[in-house]
Design a binder for this molecule. Structure first.
Ligand code: DC
Length: 272
């Protein structure tokens, strides 16, 4: 179950979002540059540089931030941080060790030890995620992994354990960071900051189509319930709650295609 290497890459999002709709907006340096960075416990770059530009894209699950962030990073030739994957991977690694997910210190210790590597896809799609040497990409995408991530993400010691790892992604020529607290906590000096939203119904529909394409049997109403519960927990936790930064530009992606959102995000950057 853990070794899902070699499984077919599913569509990232269906409905109004489809990766196939994207055409390059900016020349950029292409895949090699955008995906050069590989995260692990021992980053290949020794330290982050506060002079390096960071574009943060925060928002709730299903708002399209993963697809938009990867596309923008690809166009700019910048590095990409999927911070949600770090929480998902930590939750998964903890469950592999049979750690009680409410045991804050034990999960934080696991967060400090876990080795997470991102392996780029040649087409700019979602990278494979290797956790402690195991390709866990498909397990990490499940609602179970999302729920576990959301639960451990509410624990302050776990969040603290992942801060340096996230900051280490800030490497030249630039970083696109996607998550819940990228603009508020991890990269407060980032510019620009984007906060993506979409109606809960549309977010559930996107997730439903995505899972259906993978042959996973789910109901739309069940997914909507899970998404609302996760939003509630992420938005109301005491530490780093899901809120737009005061200087974030909020974009409602309901009914918008990827290309339109990508253009709006790129328009926020200074002319290059
Ligand atoms: O973006 P995602 O769905 O992969 O994130 C999974 C969970 O991780 C999400 O419910 C909340 C948590 N998370 C977080 O608390 N802070 C982040 N920067 C990213 C994710």
């Amino acid at each position: 179950m853990r070794n899902s290497a070699g499984l077919k890459q599913p569509n990232i999002l269906a409905g109004p979002f489809s990766f196939g709709q994207v055409t390059p907006v900016v020349g950029g340096e292409g895949l090699a540059a955008a995906w050069h960075h590989v995260s692990s416990r021992l980053p290949i770059f020794p330290m982050s540089d506060s002079a390096v530009p960071v574009l943060t894209i925060d928002g709730p699950s299903g708002s399209g931030k993963g697809t938009i962030s990867r596309t923008v990073a690809l166009h700019l030739g910048w590095h990409y941080l999927d911070s949600g994957a770090l929480y998902r991977a930590t939750g998964l690694a903890a469950s592999w060790e049979s750690i009680d997910l409410s045991d804050e210190e034990a999960v934080a210790d696991c967060a400090r030890r876990v080795n997470i590597r991102f392996q780029p896809m040649a087409d700019g799609g979602e990278p494979r995620v290797v956790v402690n040497g195991v390709d866990a990409t498909d397990d990490l995408r499940t609602e179970t992994a999302g729920g576990a991530a959301s639960a451990i993400a509410a624990l302050p010691a776990v969040r603290a354990a992942l801060v340096d790892l996230q900051k280490g992604f800030r490497q030249a020529p630039g970083l696109v960071a996607d998550g819940r607290d990228m603009g508020t906590v991890i990269f407060p000096d980032a510019s620009p900051k984007v906060f993506l939203t979409a109606s809960a119904d549309e977010r559930a529909r996107r997730r439903y189509n995505q899972l259906k394409d993978k042959g996973v049997s789910v109901t739309l109403s069940g997914l909507l319930g899970e998404i609302l519960a996760r939003d509630e927990r992420d938005a109301n936790r005491a530490v780093a709650p899901l809120v737009p930064a005061s200087d974030a530009v909020v974009i409602d992606t309901t009914g918008l295609g990827i290309e339109a959102v990508v253009r709006r995000v790129l328009d926020l950057l200074p002319a290059r």
